[in-house]
Design a protein around this ligand. Structure first.
Ligand SMILES: NC(=O)c1ccc[n+]([C@@H]2O[C@H](COP(=O)([O-])OP(=O)(O)OC[C@H]3O[C@@H](n4cnc5c(N)ncnc54)[C@H](OP(=O)(O)O)[C@@H]3O)[C@@H](O)[C@H]2O)c1
Length: 271
């Protein structure tokens, strides 16, 4: 059983989800999603930009796990950010995923003048077609610009978050507004596995570096969505609830901050 936490509207979300970025559509993502669900994952992180949502939908069916037991997140891509474009993108996404609602629908990247996109999310939320709405890659100034005067506060901000980039300022800002943080790229797409200080902590706890990084994220009160196509790693990434990092471990990990990112800085987007 994976623990869940409450979002600001009362919905609950499993603290670990399964990331689906860069898993090819078709049998690859279908098998990966079915394997993850059979191992106990109940939270899938998807996006139209990943071009694999049809396979994700097939993986869910193949798993036999009931839709109502799975928390599904998807994201509006940057080319769909008008009001009507967002509503159309939502219909396409739920068709691809073969579902009739999303648990969480978020804006993939901040863009100027995209209030219409957020208002479309609020409309979908009012119609109960999405159970929570949110944002991704938003810094505090993007959040202020987007939600000022809007009736619904986002439930989640999904941001790049790992020991090189702990994002304290955004985390504190979001916490004050009741917005939960989800860590994307929790392993920095693999770079965390080459950090000697993390390997030392892992050896001390008889755990893997992956488990140390995920446990650190959970102990900082955030949700995390590791991706793996390897069932043994999927399983390993769930085994993080039987140990605790102590203050010294947390201090060492805090000292690793470099500010490096694997995704672009949201203030300097190429698109
Ligand atoms: N909102 C956004 O803009 C945004 C951006 C990026 C990512 N995301 C989300 O965040 C999710 C995770 O990020 P990510 O896919 O970029 O990368 P990641 O989860 O940081 O790293 C994935 C890499 O780590 C490997 N791995 C996973 N578990 C491992 C373990 N226990 N031991 C050793 N290696 C392990 C995987 O290998 P194998 O797969 O070969 O096993 C893969 O190479 C994405 O899938 C996506 O859902 C969102």
């Amino acid at each position: 059983m994976i623990p869940t936490i409450a979002l600001n509207n009362g919905a609950t979300i499993p603290v670990i989800g399964f990331g689906t970025y860069q898993i090819p559509d078709g049998s690859a993502v279908e098998h990966a999603v079915a394997a993850a669900l059979s191992l106990g994952y109940r939270h899938l992180d998807c996006a139209s930009a990943y071009d694999n949502q049809t396979g994700v939908g097939k993986g869910i069916k193949k798993s036999g796990v009931s839709r109502s037991d799975i928390f599904i997140t998807s994201k509006v891509w940057v080319t769909d950010m008008g009001y009507h474009e967002t509503l159309n993108a939502f219909e396409k996404t739920i068709h691809q995923l073969d579902t009739d609602y999303l648990d969480l629908y978020i804006i993939h990247w901040p863009k100027p003048n995209s209030r219409g996109c957020y208002q479309a999310l609020e409309e979908l939320y009012a119609q109960k077609k999405v159970r929570a709405i949110g944002i991704s890659n938003f810094k505090p100034h993007h959040i202020r610009e987007m939600i000022e005067g809007e009736p619904v506060v986002p439930a989640v901000n999904q941001i790049e978050y790992h020991p090189f980039l702990p994002q304290d300022e955004t985390q504190q800002f979001c916490q004050q507004l009741g917005i939960r943080i989800t860590a994307h790229s929790p392993f920095m797409e693999g770079r965390m596995f080459h950090v000697p200080a993390l390997a030392e902590i892992a050896a001390r706890h008889k755990k893997s570096v992956a488990q140390i990084v995920l446990r650190w994220q959970i102990q900082r009160g955030i949700i995390t969505i590791p991706k793996s196509v390897t069932p043994s790693r999927m399983e390993e990434n769930l085994q993080i609830f039987d140990f605790t990092l102590d203050e010294e471990d947390m201090r060492i990990i805090a000292s690793l901050e470099t500010g490096e990112r694997s995704a672009p800085d949201p203030d300097h987007m190429p698109f």
